[in-house]
Design a protein around this ligand. Structure first.
Ligand code: EPZ
Length: 426
């Protein structure tokens, strides 16, 4: 992958209006769902990001045809998995997109076989898929997991009552994708309740599945014999929404976000106080105006509707300039602190104690050269660079393209001095 250098000259206020793209974490399971039918599935409002491009390559490796076209907003993907001659996901692609683990469900449901390798993605500590495997075994799959590989096969999946020890987003999606074509009823108890789960439930229902309770802790699925193609516009990306809200706060800007679902970022909006911060929200828009410093917060990340782990790093970037000391506990992933060391290099005052961060607000951050080691840490460094004095150079900026479509151009359109240089792959 080409390494990208982001060069940001801080100090400009973000002003203007942008439309938020479709949700990465809704598109990835939707692409897996398209494998469940031989008919054509069209996904609209898809962000043009690396993780989506890699997932498309994986589907093509399995034998699906994918047409990528421009859409009014983002991309339109037309997927046709008439038959799936291959059931092995290549390791190099697995390495880069962890979410390929929820291809297990559709492959077992459709062709009864699947071979994956240890899921990659960000380095957020161990990324096991034990809950996926346990659920699929309960549905009759024979699964061997050794030396980082997953070999799965089944004649036909049957429904089961599955209790998830933890409301895992990926495990919930995998089991929904397996249950819709299984023989009988599948009940997922302690299911994840993220908006992307609700969106997947809507897509599956449109394909002819019977999914009830998506978005609640108990999802009931009546298996059917086959599913049809459909057309589906994915929900807006709540993590991109939250990241841009924080960018407006940090640059004391005036930003209007269109095409959003304010309720999906309620836990963030409720935590943004301070006499200089004004946030208004309507049906599908949010307006953020900030004149003063952010009030400090004390929160922990939690499964939805709690504060999302994917916004922890961007929030911490904002809290480095808050009017006081904050405490943020990361309860979802063990090592999601790759943003801390580079923020300290920029002048932030952060202490890590176990799974908790203690952030003392400082007067200003100063630009320097930093490294983005994962997607959301990269976003946090972009935010810090926008607010810092001087120039910030972010190495490893290609991480940002995994989850943010053309973020540099979007920020330039709002008045930020951001440029990206592609370097020879390191
Ligand atoms: C999804 O990852 C998202 N990715 C992540 O977004 C997000 O951070 C995460 O949900 C939590 O909201 C996609 O949707 C593609 P989990 P996922 O299964 O499914 C443990 C981003 O930046 N666990 O809910 O992997 C796991 O180790 C990405 O966009 C098990 O122990 O999340 C973690 O500690 C990062 N065993 C916790 O549960 C399992 O079988 C949450 O994982 C599965 C998970």
């Amino acid at each position: 992958m080409d390494r990208h250098l982001w060069i940001i000259r801080g100090g400009d206020r973000l002003e203007g209006e942008v439309r938020v793209p479709g949700a990465k974490n809704a598109v990835l399971p939707a692409l897996a769902a398209a494998l469940l039918t031989p008919e054509r599935c069209v996904l609209r409002q898809v962000p043009d990001i690396t993780d989506v491009r890699i997932m498309v390559e994986i589907l093509e490796t399995l034998g699906a045809r994918v047409e990528v076209a421009g859409d009014v907003h983002g991309l339109a993907l037309a997927v046709e998995a008439r038959d799936l001659p291959h059931h092995r996901v290549p390791p190099d692609k697995m390495e880069r997109v962890r979410s390929s683990s929820f291809l297990l469900g559709p492959l077992l449901a459709r062709v009864g076989r699947a071979t994956l390798f240890s899921p990659g993605g960000c380095d957020l500590g161990p990324r096991p898929i034990d809950l996926h495997v346990k659920g699929l075994r309960a549905m009759g799959a024979r699964i061997d997991t050794e030396d980082g590989g997953v070999q799965a096969q089944v004649d036909r999946l049957h429904g089961a009552q599955i209790h998830l020890d933890y409301p895992s987003v990926g495990a919930t999606e995998n089991l929904m994708l397996a249950g819709v074509l299984a023989e009988g009823t599948t009940v997922i108890i302690n299911a994840a309740r993220e908006p992307e789960i609700v969106d997947l439930g809507i897509l599956l229902d449109r394909m002819g599945a019977h999914v009830r309770g998506a978005g609640t802790s108990t999802i009931r699925i009546e298996g059917v014999a086959r599913l049809a193609g459909t057309e589906h516009t994915v929900i807006p990306d709540r993590i991109v929404t939250g990241t841009l809200v924080l960018a407006a706060v940090m640059t004391r800007g005036d930003l209007r976000l269109r095409g959003v679902i304010p309720d999906h970022v309620r836990s963030l909006l409720m935590n943004l106080g301070g006499e200089g911060v004004h946030i208004e929200a309507g049906e599908d828009w949010i307006r953020v105006r900030a004149r003063g410093r952010l009030a400090p917060v004390r929160l922990r990340t939690l499964p939805y509707p709690g504060f999302p782990t994917d916004l922890q790093a961007p929030l911490v970037a904002a809290l480095t300039l808050a009017d006081g000391s904050s405490r943020v506990r990361e309860t979802i992933f063990t090592r999601r602190f790759a943003h801390v060391e580079p923020l300290i290099r920029m002048g932030a005052s952060i202490e890590v104690k176990g799974d908790e961060l203690f952030v003392a607000g400082v007067r200003a951050l100063r630009g320097t050269t930093v490294e983005a080691r994962d997607l959301r840490a990269g976003a946090a460094l972009v935010l810090a660079g926008l607010a810092a004095e001087g120039e910030t150079v972010i190495r490893g900026g290609e991480q940002i393209d995994r989850g943010y479509a053309a973020l540099d151009r979007l920020l330039q359109s709002l008045g930020a001095k951001v440029s990206v240089k592609a370097r020879e792959s390191a």
